[in-house]
Ligand binder design. Structure first.
Ligand SMILES: [Zn+2]
Length: 102
């Protein structure tokens, strides 16, 4: 797996495998958002339903939007593009995981 970059707009920090954002951005999120990111991901790992993956992508979008607004950066356009890339990355990780599990 290639090292990923933090999806926050303007952030160039690499993220560790399995981490959604770099440490400063992740801990800059309100706890309810962080909890929800984990909850959605765990639910998906448990049931493997594509709707759960979409729920997860949506809360990730929200986290990216929240971070952009907090930092006074323009949110929707670029954030959505980054979220789309993140989604593809998640799908790739997922396939890799499934391959490893079976
Ligand atoms: Zn970051």
């Amino acid at each position: 797996m290639t090292l990923s970059r933090c999806p926050a707009i303007g952030c160039e920090m690499p993220t560790n495998p399995g981490m959604f954002m770099c440490r400063p951005h992740w801990f800059g999120l309100p706890k309810p958002i962080r909890d929800r990111v984990y909850q959605c991901w765990r639910a998906y790992l448990r049931d493997r339903q594509s709707e759960q993956l979409i729920d997860h992508a949506e809360i990730c979008d929200e986290a990216i939007r929240f971070t952009a607004e907090k930092e006074g950066r323009a949110p929707p356009g670029p954030a959505d593009q980054r979220a789309a890339r993140l989604r593809l990355r998640l799908l790739a990780d997922m396939r890799a995981e499934r391959g490893a599990a079976s």
